[in-house]
Design a protein around this ligand. Structure first.
Ligand code: ANZ
Ligand code: ZN
Length: 813
């Protein structure tokens, strides 16, 4: 008996599933379980990371389907972006042909893994039928006032005369990838989406996303960077009132200097009369933001009046004050802020303490020396006139009124610059007219399709003369198209909505259906998307809800899982340079998709990383073969039947308990625990058969339960066994085993597993030590442990372990 041949059974069952169309979800499904993996970038090759994430959602989708849910489990392609342009250059082809061939080969690879998708809902972001809706949505956002032109710094190659993406700037000396000329930065106008309008809601509603990992929520909080504070005006004689933003209004009495960003209008004004300041401002504007020197700055000769003390404090222009944060101006308190402290020491500015640790603080006030280092914690006020003794929090409240300020909240989040000077993206649907300015392309002229690709140094869209020159939609005069394309993240910000109605021709998605089907119940993907993609998608969802394209959907993803990494056998990340990669194709050929899926799912919980293991792969393979063999032997009548009903009852209870346990573990995304339970059940069945003639109903039940519980992970072998045992229809559509374990039994298990120290009591309470029903040969692993402890406790259990009658019975059979 040679077991199953995966090269035969896997393609055969894949065909059966396709023929029966079981992964198809009808449009009129009311509220399907929406299970989604982040769609892949079309690199052309499936790697183990892909295999892992898609195995997770496929297993969960199959689990939900067997439980009787309607399941939406779609697949699509994130298929715009620079790599396709690079590949086209290298292979002397064009990005479209290259991308489409990548899609074909990746679709084929996914199918060979046995993943069950509703392929009728397949979409590709590079398809004009898809990206026309990127354009339509851009115009919709534009109508809502959520699109703006703003200046932004870009990488510029003076030799190629083109803008470069960050990825096209190479090496430490930052040279052009193509001609190795050192790049320059240039300020150019770009299109921005006003995501900052949604900063508050994006921040606050993170609290309600309790189906998300807390680290992702924290990363989003940091990215959005909400700071509550106040703005207060300082007078600079000769230049008027200047607003500052502060989160530490309690420290205002300790302000010993004032600082303006080089880009602040007052700094520019002062520069007009002051050469030294002018020189500094110019230098600061050219400097790279990345190598910031906190001590860099220049005294302007001017003074600001501190509204708290009435004193004059020197005004500096300093690089560490950023133009587009807050008001671009601050009062500096060296005693209580690290950067101000460093600056003050470098410029010999006074340091004045105004906050002291309170009595219950960990630091002793006597140990605080603000001349040495800033004390940045809250405390109570000193050297603050009549306000001495107030806590920092009280002072912040009071001072807003006392100094005529305003409560103000700042966010680190910036607007989303979406212009890319590249070919392989969604053309931004705008036309530039000398008379009318930027005019949106009329809806009936969408999509603006990409022209043919040409090999050129700059942006191929700039070179597409015929495509570029158009009539102005407003005045009919000569005009040119916008030649920038959209950031590829636009396409991934709403694709999960398009799956509801992928072929719809008059709207981006069917509003009613998308509103019914959203949010995604389980979203799975890499932690690298914790901020950008997952913030953009949340932003899009909120806007679309506000413009009534959605009905009451404020968040796109209810539950989120970030899968851990698959490492090489050496424990390092799989990579080409380390040559420790394992090719999914090779594994499928050698061992089959089921083995790969089972190994991956058994190796660790989805969130954890694990190392590839050839031994683990073989173990998974052996397990599948042995279950298959056992089932076929039974089906052929090679398993002796008859047997003792008390043992059968015990096995029945184990089957029920396994189903209950595995179900809970599947629900909680702890697939490895579920699979452990299945393995235990299978070895119990094997021992059952070894020690005694089996009760056929019980034995068959056990085989069927194991097969079903395994089906989400190893669906092909599962179908084969199901078929051999005479199961009706497809296993993929069979009903999930009854997962209600008998209450007393579940309790018994829990007691035993949770409180091993108390074994003596437990044994007495639940009476598992019935020598008539339990034999050493049948006892699962946990019972051995119980027995070990119990033996020390001089319990009755050891007697059970030597129940020779039953052993004998088994050998006879
Ligand atoms: C006075 C003060 C005293 C501040 C103190 C802090 C500590 P964080 O600290 O990250 O929450 N700030 C305001 N505008 C700025 C700008 N344009 N560029 C750089 N820094 C700016 O950020 C809030 C603080 O950042 C503000 O509170 C301000 O300094 C500084 F003991 O005001 B603070
Ligand atoms: Zn015009």
């Amino acid at each position: 008996d040679h077991g199953f041949d995966h090269t035969e059974i896997e393609p055969a069952w894949q065909d059966e599933w396709a023929e029966a169309d079981i992964f198809r979800i009808p449009d009129d499904a009311e509220d399907p379980a929406y299970v989604l993996a982040m769609f892949p970038y079309t690199s052309g090759n499936l790697h183990m990371g892909h295999v892992r994430v898609y195995t997770i959602t496929d297993a969960f989708a199959r689990f939900e389907r067997m439980r009787g849910e309607e399941v939406l489990h779609p697949m699509g392609w994130d298929s715009f972006g620079l790599p396709a342009e690079n590949a086209a250059e290298e292979r002397d082809t064009n990005p479209r042909d290259w991308t489409l061939s990548c899609i074909d080969s990746m679709r084929e690879q996914l199918s060979r893994m046995g993943f069950g998708y509703d392929w009728e809902r397949e979409l590709a972001t590079c398809d004009p039928d898809y990206y026309r809706w990127n354009q339509w949505l851009f115009e919709r956002f534009h109508e809502e006032g959520l699109v703006e032109r703003q200046g932004s710094e870009l990488n510029w190659c003076p030799s190629c005369e083109t803008v470069l993406a960050d990825e096209q700037v190479e090496g430490e000396d930052e040279v052009c990838w193509r001609c190795e000329t050192p790049i320059e930065t240039r300020e150019m106008d770009q299109w921005f989406l006003s995501i900052t309008d949604y900063a508050e809601e994006l921040y606050e509603s993170l609290d309600d996303l309790d189906g998300w990992p807390s680290n992702v929520r924290e990363m989003q909080r940091n990215w959005i960077g909400k700071q509550e504070g106040a703005s207060v005006a300082f007078e600079i004689p000769g230049y008027g009132e200047v607003d500052i933003f502060t989160t530490r209004l309690d420290t205002i009495y300790g302000a010993t200097y004032f600082s303006l960003a080089p880009g602040h209008p007052v700094a520019q004004e002062i520069a007009d009369d002051n050469d030294e300041v002018a020189e500094y401002v110019e230098m600061a504007e050219e400097a790279d933001e990345d190598d910031l020197d906190v001590t860099s700055g220049v005294f302007t000769g001017e003074y600001a009046i501190n509204p708290a003390t009435g004193e004059e404090i020197p005004v500096y222009v300093a690089d560490y004050v950023l133009t587009d944060i807050g008001t671009g101006a601050l009062y500096a308190v060296p005693a209580h802020d690290d950067r101000d402290h460093e600056f003050a020491q470098a410029h010999d500015i006074e340091i004045q303490q105004v906050v002291e640790p309170t009595a219950d603080a960990e630091v002793d006030p006597a140990d605080v020396d603000v001349q040495e280092a800033a004390y940045t914690e809250d405390g109570h006020l000193v050297n603050s006139g009549e306000f001495d003794g107030l806590t920092s929090a009280e002072a912040r409240d009071r001072f807003v009124e006392v100094f005529d300020g305003e409560h103000h909240t700042e966010y680190n989040l910036r607007d989303w610059g979406i212009s890319r000077q590249r070919y392989w993206g969604t053309p931004i649907p705008m036309v530039w007219c000398d008379d009318c300015g930027a005019v949106p392309v009329p809806e009936e002229d969408l999509p603006v399709e990409l022209p043919e690709f040409v090999h050129t140094t700059g942006n191929p869209l700039d070179a597409a003369e015929e495509w570029k020159h158009v009539e102005c939609p407003e005045c009919g005069g000569d005009a040119v198209r916008e030649t920038d394309t959209m950031d590829t993240f636009i396409g991934s910000s709403w694709y999960f909505l398009r799956y509801a109605s992928p072929d719809l021709e008059d709207a981006p998605f069917d509003s009613e259906r998308a509103s019914d089907w959203l949010p995604v119940d389980q979203y799975v993907g890499g932690i690298e998307h914790a901020t950008m993609h997952l913030i953009y998608a949340r932003f899009f969802t909120k806007v679309l809800d506000d413009v009534d394209l959605l009905d009451g959907v404020r968040e796109p993803f209810e539950n989120l899982t970030n899968q851990g990494m698959v490492l090489g056998e050496d424990g390092n990340k799989m990579s080409k340079s380390r040559d420790n990669g394992v090719s999914p194709t090779r594994i499928i050929e050698e061992y089959g998709a089921d083995t790969a899926r089972l190994f991956i799912m058994e190796a660790a919980q989805p969130e954890k990383e694990f190392a590839w293991s050839a031994e683990g792969v073989r173990s998974a393979h052996d397990f599948l073969q042995s279950l298959y063999t056992l089932a076929l032997e039974y089906a052929r009548g090679d398993v002796a039947t008859g047997g003792d009903t008390t043992i059968a009852e015990y096995v029945d209870r184990e089957i029920a308990a396994t189903a209950a346990r595995a179900t809970t573990e599947y629900e909680d995304f702890r697939f490895n625990h579920a699979l452990q339970a299945v393995r235990e059940l299978v070895s119990l069945l094997r021992r059952y058969r070894e020690v005694t003639a089996v009760d056929p109903a019980t034995f068959e039940d056990g085989l069927l339960a194991a097969t079903k519980l395994l089906a989400p992970v190893a669906p092909h072998v599962g179908e084969e066994i199901w078929d051999a045992l005479g199961g009706e229809g497809l296993l993929a559509e069979a009903a999930w085993p009854d997962s209600e374990a008998p209450a007393d039994y579940a309790l018994e298990r829990r007691l035993i597993e949770d409180t091993r120290e108390d074994v003596r009591d437990i044994v007495e309470t639940v009476g598992i030590a019935d020598p008539e029903t339990i034999t050493l040969a049948l006892a699962p692993a946990w019972m051995h442990e119980v027995a070990d402890v119990a033996r020390d406790a001089d319990n009755v259990v050891p007697a059970v372990m030597q129940n020779e009658d039953l052993q004998q019975h088994g050998e006879d059979a």
